[in-house]
Write a protein that binds this ligand. Structure first.
Ligand SMILES: C[S@@+](CC[C@H](N)C(=O)[O-])C[C@H]1O[C@@H](n2cnc3c(N)ncnc32)[C@H](O)[C@@H]1O
Length: 216
């Protein structure tokens, strides 16, 4: 086996791996003239906010649409491993080389058991997912997100958090998704001005059944 074919050594210091991927991703993307060849990883502050929201909301069934090489998947998997009762992240990527890179990076951080990387077109894969999900992160091509959301609706828990990146950087492309979310009853929404703009939509579940008030 040549050196280039050797699997990378396990990299158990997650923060160091995240820093490495962040710097490498920025250098890689700066050198690419074609958008489709870029990795387009989340900015670290956005990834940290995403992780904090998953942790504080104790999200246990998370779906990510748009894996790239697994940068955000590492943050999400690292949240899920700490949440009691959580299932592994399902994350979808249509580019085989990126999906493979994501699996490799998750294995390097010993987080591979916390993320299931599915290769293929997101809409086709979403149509076959059972769910239910209590958090969905939309980070692929923004134009197919409304269709994916429609497919997911019956498979969302009442208490669900929807997240989408690029709300500020690509307002026209994401408009269809934002309109689709605004039409749904029961959601509160906002855009956080972090990175490229993180859109959040939360629907709180019905309150636990309460005893009828006593007349006396
Ligand atoms: C913005 S990048 C994802 C970045 C990743 N979430 C991160 O922070 O590391 C978008 C990725 O979605 C993938 N993608 C775009 N459209 C897709 C689709 N319809 N189905 C599956 N993957 C798709 C692209 O190949 C690309 O790798």
């Amino acid at each position: 086996m040549s050196d280039s074919n050797m699997p990378p050594a396990p990299f158990r210091d997650l923060q160091a791996l995240l820093r490495e991927l962040e710097q490498e991703g920025q250098a890689h993307d700066a050198a690419q003239s074609e958008h489709r060849n870029k990795r387009l990883n989340l900015e670290a502050p956005t990834a940290r906010l995403l992780q904090l929201l998953l942790l504080s909301g104790r999200r246990r069934r998370v779906l990510e649409i748009g894996t790239s090489n697994g940068f955000s998947a590492l943050w999400i998997a690292d949240a899920l491993r700490r949440i009691p009762g959580a299932r592994p992240l399902i994350t979808i990527e249509r580019d085989p080389a990126r999906a493979e890179a994501a699996r490799r990076n998750l294995a390097r951080a010993a987080l591979d058991r916390w993320a299931d990387v599915r290769l293929g077109d997101a809409t086709a894969i979403v149509a076959g997912l059972e769910g239910p999900f209590d958090a969905v992160f939309f980070d692929a091509d923004r134009v197919s997100a409304p269709g994916q959301l429609a497919l997911l609706l019956p498979r969302l828990e009442e208490d669900v958090l929807l997240l989408a990146d690029n709300a500020l950087s690509h307002p026209q492309e994401i408009a269809g998704y934002l309109e689709a979310v605004e039409r749904l009853p029961g959601f509160v929404t906002t855009v956080v001005t972090v990175g490229k703009g993180l859109h959040l939509a939360h629907r709180i579940g019905a309150p636990p059944a309460t005893r009828p008030a006593r007349a006396d």
